[in-house]
Design a protein around this ligand. Sequence first.
Ligand code: PCA
Length: 214
Amino acid sequence: MKLLITGFEPFGSEEVNPSYEAVRRLPDALAGAELAKLEIPTVFSQCGPALEKGIRTHQPDAVLCVGQAGGQAHIAVERVGINLIDARIPDNAGVQPVDVPVRPDGPAAYFSTLPVKAIVRRIRDRGIPCRLSCSAGTYVCNCLLYQALDIAALRYPHIRAGFIHVPFSSEQAAAKPGGTPSLPLAVITQALALAAEAIAENPQDIHESMGSIY
Ligand code: PCA
């Protein structure tokens, strides 16, 4: 199985993005999966085309996009991408769209087609905090998740796709106020490797309760 795994370039006031820092530290192959890695611009108009170019180049069986969710203390496996952009800050091209669709006339939302619960279970079983999430927000990460699923639905129906948000790395948080949630970069990298293995091993998702009431 070939997995295209992507991380984002730094954005906002950050000098690194732990998503790509972890992605680029992954091996080129691990249990059952060959990995192709790609850095994606944190730009609304460029992220989808950059991903589709990577799909054309690498012809993967599955796509896992990864982004930074500063302020969270856990790995978040995203379940849904929505057709909405509402940017809190400008993207790296200086553009800040508010209340516009990712694709006009596109469906309201897509569910991740990765085995999201199998990924959560595998990461948690190794003692790394991880949760299933029902919202990837309304910034560039959700925009990329939506487009990954849209591209797959329209042009690459055999490709499974989805998204994981990771916290600040501890190395990055060291320069921030005390108490800023983070995980060491090595742990984030290990979590992504476990996610890749879960994707390779689970053509179908597992079924166990992971819902939330908020
Ligand atoms: N995180 C942002 C965009 C790029 C990234 O790494 C987000 O959560 O939307």
